[in-house]
Design a protein around this ligand. Sequence first.
Ligand code: NAD
Length: 499
Amino acid sequence: MYEVEHWINGKRVKGTSGRFSDIYNPATGEVQGKVPLASVAEMDEAVAKAAEAQKAWAKVNPQRRARVMMKFGDLILRDMDKLAETLSREHGKTIPDAKGDVQRGLEVVEVCMGAPNLLKGEYMDSGGPGIDLYSMRQPLGVVAGITPFNFPAMIPLWKLSPAIVSGNAMILKPSERTPSTAMMLAELLQEAGLPDGVLQVVHGDKEAVDAILDNETIEGVGFVGSTPIAQYIYGRAASNGKRAQCFGGAKNHMIIMPDADLEKAADALVGAGFGAAGERCMAISVAVPVGQETADKLIDLLVPRIEKLKVGPYTAGDDLDYGPLVTPQARDRVMGLISSGADQGATLVTDGRDFTLQGYEDGFFVGPTLFDNVTPEMDIYKEEIFGPVLSQVRTDSYEEALSLVMKNQYGNGTAIFTADGEIARDFASRVNVGMVGINFPIPVPLSYFTFGGWKKSAFGDLNQYGPDAFRFYTRTKTVTERWFQHIAHGGEFHFKAMD
Ligand code: NAD
């Protein structure tokens, strides 16, 4: 049993609220540690200290701030194995997948190494007679990042890197289910030269989050998690006058056209549907083949691939396909949804409910589950399952498939598999979803683009990472300037009376 601590002013500090949350080892089902849940007073104190540290940090020139990111990137690579192990132990994902989690966060750190270029303002010479205009980007002050359990390294890195390199101090409130990776990142940042207090890691639940939302010093809030909480945080932060960007849940559809390479489509569906046990906001959870023949062929290709999937604890080796769900509650919820799909008339092609693993009977495993003949009224279609469950919805035309995607309340990611460039272009242009893959199942944009969904998958108006992150974490000040006639109009040779 271990006890996680907060990270305040460059030191590990024990929680004083007396409230804790259990941390599971999802593979064994055991409670392996506990994390403190901060009180309002603990949060307010951390914010006050961050505000002090931010004043000096904002004065450090951007290139020097970027050098901290350069060193940080090296240290992340140095400690990749330790980070991945810590992450897998609390989350349950496989080690190669945990390294991917760290890597996709590191890529944002790498973009932040070029921050000075992204922090430049604009200049207009002679916008009027003798009048110049320029704009500058200034940090907000203290900002907060509230992150989900499913990417314990990547999403904290998406939040803290652009925020800090822009001259802000950050309060990071990681998920209480997977809190330890954030602590390692904080230590690495200190080793990279970040002054104490610029990053505070404060653990907690709703009480800590509400303390962030109501704290008058905090100027901006970046959230990633489920849609109801994203909407709540967006509303409360905005009504308290804070800048907020809140990213929510998803139900990502993949359309498979009759002309698609179906073998490749099936490979893509298995990876994107079952990887990380489906606990990804960019997982493909709905396969939408066009035409009954395409649908039949796809099922025939999916079943043998699903039967070969290797499910187990992260310690079982790198050829593992996915691990357990994160908590017993998550497992029970997914099991309940599978039962509801069967009860509501979907065809249960492979059933993951009976999955057991010798020696890990108490782990939170769910076997890979495939439904066919799913319809939009069923709960398995309406809900974000966030488990290893793939639903096939049959359609008869491209327009019908497109309209299914368009009508869905979520708009995080989507994909189309086809050999027809005209259809692919039409899909990319018309679909009301933020991230689109063409013959690409999980279209998470590279770090120099930006990441963000549409509809109920995001609240706020700027995306995560890339240029948008620098706009979010800075505000623009514009100066209009003129200088009156003086020396250029002739030298002055006499002492002037100082009147
Ligand atoms: P969650 O909403 O339960 O928790 C996210 C964060 O909010 C955590 O830090 C948690 O402590 C806090 N929180 C939980 N309940 C709260 C409450 N009532 N009031 C205030 N704060 C609260 O999400 P999760 O289960 O950790 O993560 C999974 C969800 O995140 C899925 O819906 C997934 O799609 C989504 N997600 C979205 C993206 C994206 O970029 N759109 C990325 C990753 C995950």
